[in-house]
Design a protein around this ligand. Structure first.
Ligand code: AMP
Length: 271
Protein backbone atom coordinates (compact mmCIF):
# COMPACT_ATOMS: atom_id res chain seq x y z
CA UNK A 1 0.00 0.00 0.00
CA UNK A 2 1.54 3.25 -1.14
CA UNK A 3 0.76 6.47 0.73
CA UNK A 4 0.40 9.53 -1.54
CA UNK A 5 0.91 12.79 0.31
CA UNK A 6 0.37 15.25 -2.53
CA UNK A 7 -0.93 15.58 -6.08
CA UNK A 8 2.40 15.20 -7.85
CA UNK A 9 3.08 11.82 -6.24
CA UNK A 10 -0.52 10.86 -7.01
CA UNK A 11 -0.23 11.78 -10.71
CA UNK A 12 3.10 9.98 -10.96
CA UNK A 13 1.86 6.78 -9.26
CA UNK A 14 -1.52 6.50 -11.01
CA UNK A 15 -0.39 7.27 -14.56
CA UNK A 16 -0.03 3.61 -15.66
CA UNK A 17 -3.48 2.54 -14.47
CA UNK A 18 -6.75 2.69 -16.38
CA UNK A 19 -8.90 0.39 -14.23
CA UNK A 20 -8.96 2.31 -11.01
CA UNK A 21 -11.55 2.04 -8.23
CA UNK A 22 -11.82 5.00 -5.86
CA UNK A 23 -13.18 5.01 -2.30
CA UNK A 24 -13.38 8.57 -0.94
CA UNK A 25 -13.60 8.81 2.87
CA UNK A 26 -13.16 11.25 5.72
CA UNK A 27 -11.27 8.70 7.78
CA UNK A 28 -12.43 7.09 11.02
CA UNK A 29 -12.17 3.89 8.99
CA UNK A 30 -14.66 1.15 9.90
CA UNK A 31 -16.15 -1.99 8.35
CA UNK A 32 -18.52 0.10 6.22
CA UNK A 33 -15.53 1.67 4.46
CA UNK A 34 -13.87 -1.75 4.20
CA UNK A 35 -16.91 -3.19 2.40
CA UNK A 36 -16.56 -0.47 -0.27
CA UNK A 37 -12.85 -1.27 -0.53
CA UNK A 38 -13.58 -5.00 -0.90
CA UNK A 39 -16.01 -4.30 -3.71
CA UNK A 40 -13.53 -2.05 -5.49
CA UNK A 41 -10.84 -4.68 -5.06
CA UNK A 42 -13.10 -7.26 -6.70
CA UNK A 43 -14.21 -5.07 -9.62
CA UNK A 44 -11.07 -3.03 -10.37
CA UNK A 45 -7.39 -3.75 -10.94
CA UNK A 46 -6.23 -1.07 -8.48
CA UNK A 47 -7.96 0.56 -5.52
CA UNK A 48 -7.28 4.01 -4.13
CA UNK A 49 -8.74 5.29 -0.85
CA UNK A 50 -8.67 8.97 0.05
CA UNK A 51 -8.83 10.37 3.55
CA UNK A 52 -9.77 14.04 3.54
CA UNK A 53 -11.95 15.82 6.07
CA UNK A 54 -13.49 18.40 3.78
CA UNK A 55 -14.11 21.55 5.85
CA UNK A 56 -16.43 22.97 3.18
CA UNK A 57 -19.11 20.38 3.73
CA UNK A 58 -19.49 21.05 7.46
CA UNK A 59 -22.32 23.39 8.29
CA UNK A 60 -21.32 23.38 11.97
CA UNK A 61 -17.87 24.40 13.24
CA UNK A 62 -18.29 22.19 16.29
CA UNK A 63 -19.05 19.15 14.12
CA UNK A 64 -15.86 19.77 12.12
CA UNK A 65 -13.82 20.22 15.28
CA UNK A 66 -15.07 17.04 16.95
CA UNK A 67 -15.13 14.86 13.81
CA UNK A 68 -13.15 11.66 14.66
CA UNK A 69 -9.53 11.79 13.49
CA UNK A 70 -7.08 8.92 13.90
CA UNK A 71 -4.82 8.72 10.86
CA UNK A 72 -2.35 6.28 12.36
CA UNK A 73 -5.09 3.78 13.22
CA UNK A 74 -6.78 4.31 9.82
CA UNK A 75 -3.56 3.56 7.93
CA UNK A 76 -3.00 0.46 10.01
CA UNK A 77 -6.49 -0.89 9.26
CA UNK A 78 -6.19 -0.09 5.55
CA UNK A 79 -2.79 -1.70 5.27
CA UNK A 80 -3.93 -4.79 7.18
CA UNK A 81 -6.87 -5.25 4.80
CA UNK A 82 -4.38 -5.92 1.98
CA UNK A 83 -7.03 -4.62 -0.44
CA UNK A 84 -5.75 -1.06 -0.87
CA UNK A 85 -3.08 -0.16 -3.42
CA UNK A 86 -2.95 3.59 -2.73
CA UNK A 87 -4.01 5.91 0.08
CA UNK A 88 -4.31 9.55 -0.93
CA UNK A 89 -3.92 12.05 1.92
CA UNK A 90 -4.32 15.45 0.27
CA UNK A 91 -4.03 18.71 2.13
CA UNK A 92 -6.46 21.58 1.61
CA UNK A 93 -4.40 23.13 -1.22
CA UNK A 94 -4.14 19.89 -3.18
CA UNK A 95 -7.92 19.97 -3.51
CA UNK A 96 -8.66 23.68 -3.60
CA UNK A 97 -5.69 25.21 -5.40
CA UNK A 98 -7.88 25.47 -8.48
CA UNK A 99 -9.60 28.57 -7.14
CA UNK A 100 -12.41 28.58 -9.69
CA UNK A 101 -15.52 29.29 -7.69
CA UNK A 102 -17.84 26.33 -7.45
CA UNK A 103 -20.94 26.76 -9.58
CA UNK A 104 -22.69 23.94 -7.83
CA UNK A 105 -26.24 24.74 -6.79
CA UNK A 106 -28.92 22.33 -5.69
CA UNK A 107 -32.24 22.28 -7.54
CA UNK A 108 -35.17 23.30 -5.40
CA UNK A 109 -36.56 19.76 -5.54
CA UNK A 110 -33.29 18.43 -4.07
CA UNK A 111 -33.45 20.71 -1.03
CA UNK A 112 -35.01 17.96 1.06
CA UNK A 113 -33.92 15.61 3.87
CA UNK A 114 -30.33 16.50 4.93
CA UNK A 115 -30.12 19.31 2.35
CA UNK A 116 -32.93 21.08 4.18
CA UNK A 117 -31.38 20.71 7.63
CA UNK A 118 -27.66 21.11 6.76
CA UNK A 119 -27.47 24.26 4.66
CA UNK A 120 -24.54 24.20 2.23
CA UNK A 121 -23.58 20.63 3.12
CA UNK A 122 -24.25 18.98 -0.24
CA UNK A 123 -22.88 21.94 -2.19
CA UNK A 124 -19.62 21.23 -0.30
CA UNK A 125 -19.86 17.48 -0.90
CA UNK A 126 -20.57 17.86 -4.63
CA UNK A 127 -17.77 20.39 -5.08
CA UNK A 128 -15.17 18.20 -3.34
CA UNK A 129 -16.33 15.07 -5.20
CA UNK A 130 -16.10 16.93 -8.51
CA UNK A 131 -12.56 18.09 -7.63
CA UNK A 132 -11.46 14.67 -6.32
CA UNK A 133 -12.76 12.98 -9.47
CA UNK A 134 -10.84 15.41 -11.68
CA UNK A 135 -7.65 14.78 -9.70
CA UNK A 136 -7.88 10.99 -9.19
CA UNK A 137 -9.59 10.28 -12.52
CA UNK A 138 -10.95 6.84 -11.55
CA UNK A 139 -13.15 4.56 -13.69
CA UNK A 140 -15.39 3.66 -10.75
CA UNK A 141 -16.24 5.35 -7.43
CA UNK A 142 -17.65 3.26 -4.58
CA UNK A 143 -20.16 4.90 -2.23
CA UNK A 144 -22.41 3.70 0.59
CA UNK A 145 -26.21 3.56 0.67
CA UNK A 146 -25.98 4.64 4.32
CA UNK A 147 -25.62 8.16 2.91
CA UNK A 148 -28.33 7.59 0.33
CA UNK A 149 -29.04 11.22 -0.55
CA UNK A 150 -25.31 11.87 -0.98
CA UNK A 151 -25.02 8.82 -3.26
CA UNK A 152 -28.05 9.99 -5.26
CA UNK A 153 -26.80 13.57 -5.76
CA UNK A 154 -23.15 12.62 -6.43
CA UNK A 155 -24.19 9.98 -8.99
CA UNK A 156 -26.39 12.48 -10.82
CA UNK A 157 -23.64 15.11 -11.03
CA UNK A 158 -20.52 13.02 -11.63
CA UNK A 159 -21.92 10.61 -14.21
CA UNK A 160 -23.03 13.68 -16.19
CA UNK A 161 -19.73 15.58 -15.93
CA UNK A 162 -17.09 12.83 -15.89
CA UNK A 163 -16.42 9.46 -17.50
CA UNK A 164 -16.99 7.57 -14.29
CA UNK A 165 -19.49 5.13 -12.80
CA UNK A 166 -20.73 5.40 -9.24
CA UNK A 167 -21.17 1.98 -7.65
CA UNK A 168 -23.56 1.83 -4.70
CA UNK A 169 -22.75 -0.43 -1.76
CA UNK A 170 -25.07 -1.83 0.93
CA UNK A 171 -25.14 -0.38 4.44
CA UNK A 172 -22.98 -2.31 6.91
CA UNK A 173 -24.37 -2.55 10.46
CA UNK A 174 -23.05 -3.64 13.85
CA UNK A 175 -24.38 -6.72 15.65
CA UNK A 176 -27.35 -4.68 16.91
CA UNK A 177 -28.09 -3.36 13.42
CA UNK A 178 -26.84 0.15 14.08
CA UNK A 179 -25.46 1.53 10.79
CA UNK A 180 -21.69 1.90 11.11
CA UNK A 181 -20.49 5.49 10.98
CA UNK A 182 -17.32 7.33 11.96
CA UNK A 183 -19.54 9.48 14.18
CA UNK A 184 -20.39 6.36 16.23
CA UNK A 185 -16.88 6.74 17.73
CA UNK A 186 -18.36 9.76 19.56
CA UNK A 187 -21.02 7.62 21.25
CA UNK A 188 -20.85 5.38 24.32
CA UNK A 189 -22.55 2.03 24.94
CA UNK A 190 -25.75 3.55 26.29
CA UNK A 191 -26.15 5.78 23.21
CA UNK A 192 -25.52 2.83 20.89
CA UNK A 193 -28.20 0.90 22.76
CA UNK A 194 -30.66 3.70 22.04
CA UNK A 195 -29.58 3.70 18.38
CA UNK A 196 -30.25 -0.05 18.24
CA UNK A 197 -33.74 0.50 19.67
CA UNK A 198 -34.41 3.30 17.21
CA UNK A 199 -33.48 0.89 14.38
CA UNK A 200 -35.88 -1.75 15.74
CA UNK A 201 -38.65 0.83 15.88
CA UNK A 202 -37.92 1.95 12.31
CA UNK A 203 -38.27 -1.62 11.06
CA UNK A 204 -41.59 -1.83 12.84
CA UNK A 205 -42.79 1.49 11.42
CA UNK A 206 -41.83 0.42 7.89
CA UNK A 207 -43.69 -2.85 8.35
CA UNK A 208 -46.83 -1.04 9.47
CA UNK A 209 -46.80 1.55 6.70
CA UNK A 210 -48.48 -0.72 4.22
CA UNK A 211 -51.93 -0.61 5.83
CA UNK A 212 -51.90 3.14 6.30
CA UNK A 213 -54.07 5.42 4.17
CA UNK A 214 -52.33 8.62 5.21
CA UNK A 215 -48.64 7.78 5.46
CA UNK A 216 -47.50 11.28 6.28
CA UNK A 217 -49.79 11.67 9.31
CA UNK A 218 -48.85 8.13 10.45
CA UNK A 219 -45.16 9.07 10.24
CA UNK A 220 -45.76 12.33 12.10
CA UNK A 221 -47.32 10.38 14.94
CA UNK A 222 -44.44 7.88 14.94
CA UNK A 223 -41.96 10.75 14.98
CA UNK A 224 -43.57 12.17 18.11
CA UNK A 225 -43.49 8.73 19.75
CA UNK A 226 -39.83 8.20 18.88
CA UNK A 227 -39.00 11.65 20.21
CA UNK A 228 -40.81 11.03 23.49
CA UNK A 229 -39.72 7.42 24.03
CA UNK A 230 -36.04 7.90 23.32
CA UNK A 231 -35.68 11.62 24.19
CA UNK A 232 -34.04 12.34 20.85
CA UNK A 233 -34.24 15.33 18.55
CA UNK A 234 -35.43 14.24 15.10
CA UNK A 235 -34.80 16.24 11.92
CA UNK A 236 -36.96 14.05 9.68
CA UNK A 237 -38.73 10.72 9.33
CA UNK A 238 -39.94 10.35 5.75
CA UNK A 239 -40.82 7.66 3.24
CA UNK A 240 -39.27 8.50 -0.13
CA UNK A 241 -38.95 6.89 -3.55
CA UNK A 242 -35.45 5.55 -4.13
CA UNK A 243 -35.32 6.61 -7.79
CA UNK A 244 -36.19 10.30 -7.44
CA UNK A 245 -36.39 10.88 -3.67
CA UNK A 246 -39.94 12.21 -4.00
CA UNK A 247 -42.26 11.68 -1.03
CA UNK A 248 -43.73 8.24 -1.47
CA UNK A 249 -47.32 7.14 -1.02
CA UNK A 250 -46.48 3.47 -1.32
CA UNK A 251 -43.89 1.11 0.17
CA UNK A 252 -42.84 -0.06 -3.29
CA UNK A 253 -39.40 1.26 -4.34
CA UNK A 254 -39.30 3.32 -1.16
CA UNK A 255 -37.14 3.73 1.87
CA UNK A 256 -37.76 5.22 5.26
CA UNK A 257 -35.25 8.01 5.90
CA UNK A 258 -34.35 9.28 9.35
CA UNK A 259 -31.97 11.83 10.86
CA UNK A 260 -31.74 12.31 14.61
CA UNK A 261 -29.41 13.47 17.36
CA UNK A 262 -27.88 11.33 20.12
CA UNK A 263 -25.49 13.02 22.54
CA UNK A 264 -25.56 16.01 20.13
CA UNK A 265 -24.18 13.67 17.42
CA UNK A 266 -26.26 13.66 14.25
CA UNK A 267 -27.01 10.17 12.92
CA UNK A 268 -28.73 9.20 9.67
CA UNK A 269 -30.11 5.93 8.39
CA UNK A 270 -32.47 4.58 5.77
CA UNK A 271 -34.18 1.20 5.55
P1 AMP B 1 -17.43 8.94 5.24
O1 AMP B 1 -16.01 8.63 5.62
O2 AMP B 1 -18.40 8.87 6.36
O3 AMP B 1 -17.52 10.21 4.41
O4 AMP B 1 -17.89 7.77 4.26
C1 AMP B 1 -17.14 7.41 3.14
C2 AMP B 1 -17.96 6.44 2.31
O5 AMP B 1 -18.27 5.30 3.10
C3 AMP B 1 -19.31 7.02 1.84
O6 AMP B 1 -19.58 6.61 0.53
C4 AMP B 1 -20.28 6.42 2.83
O7 AMP B 1 -21.59 6.30 2.33
C5 AMP B 1 -19.67 5.06 3.05
N1 AMP B 1 -20.15 4.49 4.32
C6 AMP B 1 -20.13 5.08 5.54
N2 AMP B 1 -20.70 4.27 6.46
C7 AMP B 1 -21.10 3.16 5.80
C8 AMP B 1 -21.77 1.94 6.19
N3 AMP B 1 -22.14 1.73 7.45
N4 AMP B 1 -22.01 1.02 5.24
C9 AMP B 1 -21.63 1.23 3.95
N5 AMP B 1 -21.01 2.33 3.53
C10 AMP B 1 -20.74 3.29 4.43
Amino acid sequence: MKVLLNNSSLFESLRPFDDLGFVPTMGGIHKGHLSLINKSNKLCKKTIVSIFINPKQFNSKKDLKTYPRNLKKDLKILSKSKKVDFVYLPNFNDIYKDKKKSKIKLFKKDKILCAKFRKGHFEGVLDVMDRLTKIVNPQKIFMGEKDFQQLYLVKKLLEKNHKVRIISCKTIRDKNNVALSSRNFLLDKSHLKIAANVYKKLVNIKKNIKNKKNISSFLNLQKTQLRNNFKIKIDYLELRNINNLNISKTKKNSRLFVAYYLNKVRLIDNI
